[in-house]
Design a protein. Structure first.
Length: 76
């Protein structure tokens, strides 16, 4: 209906330690999910489905490829 807006700064900054995933300001649970790039420690099983766009984005070393994948993710 166009009356609702997702705004990461507004939704998360008042209570950033509330959890991950984080609710939005409208009370919808698990709207915001936070991930990091892989570290060199290894040992943990991947949380993302293999060959998913997000898994490919996370594993690629090419900035150009990462930008392309990010564009595809934004279209979802």
């Amino acid at each position: 209906d166009g009356t609702h807006e997702w705004n990461l700064a507004k939704d998360v900054s008042p209570n950033i330690l509330a959890g991950n995933p984080h609710a939005d300001s409208l009370g919808h649970a698990a709207v915001w999910h936070f991930y990091s790039e892989p570290d060199s420690g290894g040992g943990a099983e991947p949380l993302l489905p293999p060959n998913s766009l997000l898994a490919k984005w996370q594993l690629t070393e090419s900035d150009e490829e990462r930008q392309r994948l990010a564009g595809n993710l934004e279209k979802l």
